[in-house]
Write a protein of this length. Sequence first.
Length: 318
Amino acid sequence: MPPKRIGFVLVDGYAMMSTAAAMEPLRAANLFSDGLLYDIVPLSRQGGPVASSLPFTIETTALARARGPFDLVFVVAGGHPLALNDPTLLAWLRRLDAAGVPLGGISGGAAILAQAGLMAARRFTVHWHHLEALRALSPDFLLERRLFVIDRDRYSCAGGTAPLDMMQAILARDHGTAFARRIADWFIQTQIRPADAPQQAGIGARYGALPRPVLEALELMETHQADPLDLGQIAALVGLSPRQLQRQFDAALGRSVIRAYREMRLATARDLLRSSRLPMGEVAAITGFSTPALFSDSYRAHYGEAPRDTRRAAQQAS
């Protein structure tokens, strides 16, 4: 299998820490595998060396000369990303999106994706420094104050050391949790933080002490809500058979893997209904339900009310 080609578009003044935290886990994955897993491609608007937040540069390839196809492209930006006015970069990102390339933003990178119109109906995050400016730009952005958010074909993280945690989620999805733990150990990353660490208690705190496979399964579910994994995929990624994982969920949580997964997605839907004006079809898609009717039935069965009733109550209370 050919390596995944991962592009990193470095905007002038990008944070070196964020960039290294994103690239180094991929480099380590290559080191710990029998072959090349990830082809890391630094990019920039003009090519050549690009200055970072430190007195160092990274040699890059100009966007006009970038050779695809890419499996994923991140925009890495610090400073004042909303002040960037580069129609060429925005058009290039839109062409990638039209070609079906997943896109991501690191630190202020998601703000540039939002400027390009590429974060509509997508949950995402940015560094806290840029949150209020983005909210002022549009009330329709589905901004979340989290370490990282993966919503279908969009990957975003808050910068700093948060890319380490996001890359762990990507490595776990691509190669299983045991392999991802090897990379974490290599960087002496003794605690991999869940995506929602900044705003909420971690999964362990919310659910109590959990066996490692159950905790790892819940973290996989957290980062795959719009594109749900099936039981077999989850079990394989945590290194158990489906039956073994099911038994551990029954013992630890008193409910099945699939039920716990559905409840997590419905909780996200409830938050979206209360905080956004998204159409029901979009809410259903973001939380992994194939049709609005299936979403509505599942929501009513769990919460005892229709989604529109939740939204109406929230609007009346505001």
